[in-house]
Write a protein that binds this ligand. Structure first.
Ligand SMILES: Nc1ncnc2c1ncn2[C@@H]1O[C@H](COP(=O)(O)OP(=O)(O)O)[C@@H](O)[C@H]1O
Ligand SMILES: [Mg+2]
Length: 264
């Protein structure tokens, strides 16, 4: 039995919105508990506004929780993260433009992170960049390219390479393939799956797209209005969904079977 690398226990996040008489609260997460074991890819799926990104932001310390606890390898994660806490959990976003500085080449973007974390002597950085590009199956010729000169899929591979540069054990992918064409989505899904095997990575894979979650994840958590309504290994979830909301999500994806047939 593998150990949990990441756990959220009874996590709640409340936002204050509006001013004066219009002031109110949005409970973005309500007592959310989930875990990701070593080497596992766990899905978090739900409609837009269901609280997925809030969970991701709380996990990496960008969003304060109102209550509940987060753990990494059994240790409590405090709100104020150390550099080492930040190194071991990396995030990949929907739009690589938000994680890649448009002025920086691939090489510069990776050097910057390596230098911030001070984990490699300067003379070893270039070799490490080449190794990372090969890991994400990009040619070395892209080392000096800037984000605008690359395709969406290439940019997302660079964002993944950059995230991997610090040897994290845990990745959070928040809608990481949602902005890509279907064929490119499939190739990034395959890459994440390969990386899980070769690097023994654990991944929390966040998506509104059930078809993709079904292809990639070992287990799935379904979130609706800030609450996990169903949590199950992937196959039983699709074969025999227990919660009405899960059934509704599955039935509202007409292209699901077609996509699974095409990519399997
Ligand atoms: N900074 C914020 N201030 C106020 N409300 C927020 C903020 N961030 C998110 N929310 C609200 O919290 C809920 C969950 O949002 P989010 O986590 O972004 O959902 P998802 O990623 O599933 O689309 C939504 O109702 C959203 O409007
Ligand atoms: Mg989101």
């Amino acid at each position: 039995m593998s150990r949990p690398i990441f756990e959220a226990r009874d996590l709640s996040v409340t936002f204050n919105v509006g001013r004066g008489r219009n002031r109110s609260q949005v409970q973005a997460l309500k007592n959310v508990s989930l875990d990701v074991n070593e080497g596992e890819i766990v899905g978090l799926v739900g409609e837009s506004g269901s609280g997925k990104s809030t969970l991701a932001r709380a996990a990496i310390g960008l969003q304060k929780q109102s209550s509940g606890e987060l753990f990494y390898a059994g240790q409590t994660l405090p709100m104020a993260r150390t550099l080492e806490d930040r190194r071991k959990m990396q995030m990949i976003f929907q739009d690589p433009y938000s994680s890649l500085d448009p002025r920086m080449s691939v090489k510069q973007a990776i050097f910057e992170l390596l230098d911030t974390h001070n984990i490699l002597p300067k003379e070893k950085r270039l070799d490490r960049c080449k190794e990372l590009l090969s890991l994400v199956k990009l040619p070395e010729s892209l080392l000096d390219s800037r984000p605008y000169a690359m395709s969406g899929g290439q940019r997302q591979r660079v964002a993944i390479a950059r995230a991997l540069s610090l040897n994290p054990h845990f990745l959070i992918a928040d809608e990481a393939v949602s902005a890509l064409d279907v064929s490119v989505q499939a190739s990034i899904i395959n890459l994440l799956s390969d990386l899980r095997d070769s690097l023994k990575l654990s991944i929390l894979f966040i998506s509104h797209d059930l078809a993709i979650v079904r292809l990639l994840c070992d287990r799935v958590n379904v979130i609706n209005l800030g609450e996990i309504v169903e949590s199950s290994p992937t196959l039983p979830l699709f074969d025999n969904p227990q919660h009405a909301y899960t059934r509704q999500l599955i039935s509202s994806v007409p292209k699901l079977d077609a996509i699974v047939r095409n990519t399997n």
